[in-house]
Every structure is written in structure tokens, then in C-alpha cells.
Write a protein of this length. Structure first.
Ligand code: COA
Length: 330
């Protein structure tokens, strides 16, 4: 029987207007531009300001423009997978809220939580729904309003994260060998204590004490996370190359999760990929968690050519990590 393949057929992104620079952070915590730039590669990040605005509000402009570009209506979407660590609320799913806001009346949807690896996990899951023949248009959204869970008194985390969102449409392709070719996805829950939010879940529901102890913010042990990220992201990227008999020259672009420029450099070096093939926008947006990879796809879309071999690589809290091999289909 003819196998159905899933391909990305459109991408778009959105970042809010407000720019939080390293210099502004110097007025909030004991840090400086030189330290942040040399340790992370980040110069500025975007922040969603304004009452009543949530992660779904970052997704609405990204998705609406994506649909316009593809020339389809929201009612044609079958499924929405919303990859986020900062859902609008614990329930219902932000996917449902987004469906309502954009008028995706015929879609069902759910949220996917895999921290910074979420978008790669979401693409892999969405591709399976297409490959099964069950659905024709799956929207995978990756976005976070990280500023809603960042403690701007904590210099270990506030320098890193920002707000942003991107989306990709998956559709079946008749062309053999194009689209999502392979993925390697991993997780190890024993790493959860190094990057997590201590309270607000069923383990420690919100109390006056948990709020006073500032436990509703992202907590990170940076050195440990760095160590695991640098090894695992590079390993998984190398694994997908080996599995698919790819050498560095075969790869047109590496699209890595934008956690830290040094982690990106280590991954590229392990793969033998030169700097000009590595997609990097961390200096402008910081780490937008689920948003980094789709924002990169959006910003580099015009440079991608049909048939380009693209490798995605991600690492996130959990720990979670993964890579994906895509042959760009348009
Ligand atoms: C957070 C991170 C940039 C910190 O860099 P680091 O080299 O590990 O820094 P350390 O935490 O060891 O701190 C080194 C020194 O800088 C200081 N420091 C920490 N944060 C600082 C800041 N924002 N500004 C200035 N100094 C800072 C520390 O207090 C420490 O000082 P000391 O030597 O006097 O004790 C780095 O660990 C990292 O990027 N980790 C991975 C984070 C990540 O990618 N998370 C997302 C995963 S998806």
C-alpha cells in the first residue's frame, strides 16, 4: 500500500513588540550585558505586556497569517496540537482556546507539555496523525509566555527566557522522500528537579506560603541543565544523522532549540556543521521554550529550498530531548 508522508506546508511566527534588553535587566538584578552575552549569546528578548493577554494571544496572529499564506480557512484544520509550558490556564487546553479565537470550528485539539522539546514532540505526533491517513491538516503550535512564570528577581533565569510563538501546518504529501522523514525522541524524568516549577500542580497546589516562597516561577540549576543539554542535544543530533546515513555535507540547515549559544555551538560542532548552516536568533529572542524552533523556521523560511535536508534538535526540562530529520517540501 502507498505510504502517506507528512510535510510542513506553511510556517509563521509572532513575537510581541516589547523588547527587554540586557541593559534593562541590569536595573532589575545584579547582572551585566557582558556576562549575559558571553554566557548565553542573548542580547534581548520580547515580552508580552498588557492585561488579559496570554499564550494563545501570541498564537492567534502567527496562525492567522499562516492560514492566509497557505490560502486556507481555519475551519479546514482537523487537529491543533498546542505545545506549551505556559498554557493560558491549567484547563481547558490552550488548543481549545486557540481554536475558538481563530474560528477552527471543525478541529479538535490538545496541549502537549514537553518543555523546550515540545515543538519537536508535537511535530512528530502530528506527523503520525497524517501518516495514519486519519487527518489532512494538522496545526502544530509552539509558544510560551515565559514572562508569566519568570521571577525578575532571579538572575539565574530572568536573563534567559522570553515570549514568542510559531506554528507549522502539516499536510500529506504525494512526493516520496519529502517532509518529516525521521525523529528520535527521548525523556528522563529523573532530571525533573533541575528545571521545573515547584508549586501550582497537584503535588503542591497554590497556597499563601507557596506564593510567598516564590515557588510559582521557573526554577533552574543552570550548571546541571547545561551539562545535560550540551551532551544530549549533540548526541541525539548525531544519532539522527547516523540512522539516516547523513554526513555534514548532506545537511543544509541545523535548526536547534535556542537555549544557549554555547549549547548550539557544541551541537553543530559534534555534527561537523559549519556556522553558516546553523539557524540562530537567540540574540534577539532569548529562550522562548516551545517557541524557539518554529520562530527559527519562520525567520529562515525564505532561505529554505525544496529538497533541503534540515535537522531539528532540542533539549528541555523534564529532561526531554529529541531531533528530527526533515526534507523541506516547498
Ligand atoms: C544559566 C547559565 C547561563 C549560567 O552560566 P554558568 O557558567 O553555569 O554560571 P554559574 O551558574 O556557574 O555562575 C557563575 C558565576 O556567575 C554568577 N552569575 C550567575 N548568574 C549571573 C548573572 N545573571 N549575571 C552575573 N553573574 C551571574 C554566579 O553567581 C557565579 O558567581 P561565583 O563564581 O562568584 O559564584 C548556564 O548554566 C546555562 O546556560 N545553563 C543552561 C540553561 C538552559 O539552557 N536552560 C534551558 C534549557 S532548555
Amino acid at each position: 500500500m502507498h505510504k502517506i508522508h507528512a510535510a510542513i506546508t506553511a510556517v509563521h511566527g509572532y513575537v510581541p513588540d516589547y523588547v527587554l534588553t540586557n541593559h534593562e535587566l541590569e536595573s532589575l538584578v545584579d547582572t551585566n550585558d557582558e556576562w549575559i552575552t558571553s554566557r548565553t549569546g542573548i542580547k534581548e528578548r520580547r515580552i508580552l505586556k498588557g492585561e488579559g493577554l496570554a499564550t494563545s494571544d501570541l498564537a492567534v496572529p502567527a496562525v492567522n497569517t499562516l492560514l492566509q499564506k497557505r490560502g486556507i480557512g481555519a475551519e479546514e484544520i482537523d487537529l491543533i496540537i498546542f505545545c506549551t509550558t505556559t498554557p493560558d490556564m491549567p484547563f481547558p487546553a490552550t488548543a481549545n482556546i486557540l481554536a475558538d479565537k481563530i474560528g477552527a470550528k471543525n478541529a479538535w485539539g490538545y496541549d502537549l507539555q514537553a518543555a523546550c522539546s515540545g515543538f519537536v514532540f508535537g511535530l512528530a505526533t502530528g506527523a503520525s496523525f497524517i501518516e495514519s491517513g486519519r487527518y489532512k491538516k494538522v496545526l502544530v503550535v509552539g509558544g510560551d509566555k515565559m514572562s508569566s512564570i519568570i521571577d525578575y528577581h532571579d538572575r539565574a533565569t530572568c536573563i534567559i527566557f522570553g515570549d514568542g510563538c510559531g506554528a507549522a501546518l502539516l499536510e500529506p504529501t504525494a512526493e516520496e522522500g519529502y517532509g518529516i522523514i525521521d525523529s528520535v525522541l527521548k525523556s528522563d524524568g529523573s532530571g525533573r528537579e533541575f528545571l521545573h516549577m515547584k508549586a501550582g500542580g497537584s503535588l503542591r497546589p497554590a497556597t499563601h506560603e507557596s506564593v510567598s516562597a516564590r515557588e510559582h516561577f521557573a526554577y533552574q540549576e543552570g550548571k546541571t541543565v547545561f551539562k545535560f543539554a550540551v551532551t544530549n542535544m549533540a548526541d541525539v543530533a548525531a544519532e539522527i544523522m547516523e540512522r539516516n546515513s547523513l554526513v555534514a555535507d548532506d545537511i543544509a540547515w541545523l535548526v536547534p532549540h535556542q537555549a544557549n549559544k554555547r549549547i548550539i555551538d557544541a551541537t553543530a560542532s559534534r555534527m561537523g556543521i559549519s556556522d553558516d548552516k546553523v539557524v540562530i536568533n537567540i540574540e534577539r529572542y532569548g529562550n522562548t521554550t516551545n517557541g524557539t524552533i518554529p520562530l527559527c523556521l519562520w525567520e529562515w523560511e525564505s532561505k529554505f529550498k525544496k529538497g533541503d535536508n534540515i535537522v531539528l534538535a532540542a533539549f528541555g526540562g523534564g529532561f526531554t530531548w529529541g531531533s528530527m530529520y526533515i526534507k523541506w517540501a516547498y
